[in-house]
Design a protein around this ligand. Sequence first.
Ligand code: BJW
Ligand code: ZN
Length: 236
Amino acid sequence: MKIKQARDAVRAAKSIAVLTGAGVSAESGIPTFRSNGGYWKTHRFEDLATPEAFKRDPKFVWEFYEERRRSMAAAKPNAGHVALAELEWRVPTFTLATQNIDGLHDAAGSRNVIKLHGDIWVLRCVACGREREDRSRLEVLPPRCGCGGMLRPGVVWFGEMLPDGAMTRSTEAVVTADVFLVVGTSARVFPAAGLIPLAVQSGVTVVEINPEATDFSSEVNYMLKGPAAEILPALL
Ligand code: BJW
Ligand code: ZN
């Protein structure tokens, strides 16, 4: 059985790297972007997830993010997040790079988390650059900084650089890992998706968990088809 072999690889690993995407939070009730019911099926990302869109219509962009903040605030980590948090305790070296902005890996207890696409709970001033964590309901949109400048969500939009050091740290974790788990990502967005072929070329054992195949499924060592909240607890 594939899952048994993958489990043996995980058990033997001294160093594990993980990449997660929206699918790991799907069973917490948070929509994905590109699967059924995903945001980019009904919304144009050009209108919502680019710096140009924010410049054009900050209120419109903020309404989208504030609605998501309210539903994410009510969401709880699922069995997949919890299994990954528990795995961190069992291996000497563990790094979790997530494309998710929802904070559910933190809520589940994961410690070494790299947030490749930022954090929806962080607000950043476009004028002075100051950041603050704020989970409260934002009554006035767009919210303002003490300096008078506009605040924006602390997430990474298309065409923007990832946070300083995030890809360097993730790359280092992946190429030095014994096992790389790729969970719930369509692997369509770069540079995050590039970690998968990098792992394959580096001879790292790659285990993909997803109900659907991705462009990299034929290259990974084990493709475990199914929802993360079922497969991860069974695997780990
Ligand atoms: C389940 C499940 C269950 C469902 N269990 N699984 C090379 C080639 C071409 C273009 C580029 C390139 N390199 C860079 C680019 C440009 C661009 C890019 O990648 N474009 C592509 C679309 C082609 N990348 C960027 O712009 C990045 N920045 C950058 O490269 O900077 C340098 C640069 C600057 C300027 C010019 C050129 C280079 C930044 C990318 C930022 C992405 N931002 C978003 C929004 C974040 C904020 C927000 O949430 O609103 O990040 S877009 C969105 O996609 C979000 C996600 O993190 C990201 C990835 O999506 P993810 O997580 O994979 O979700 P889905 O929905 O796609 O997939 C869900 C998966 O789950 C599916 O496979 C399901 O089957 C599965 N699933 N249920 C397990 N229960
Ligand atoms: Zn400011």
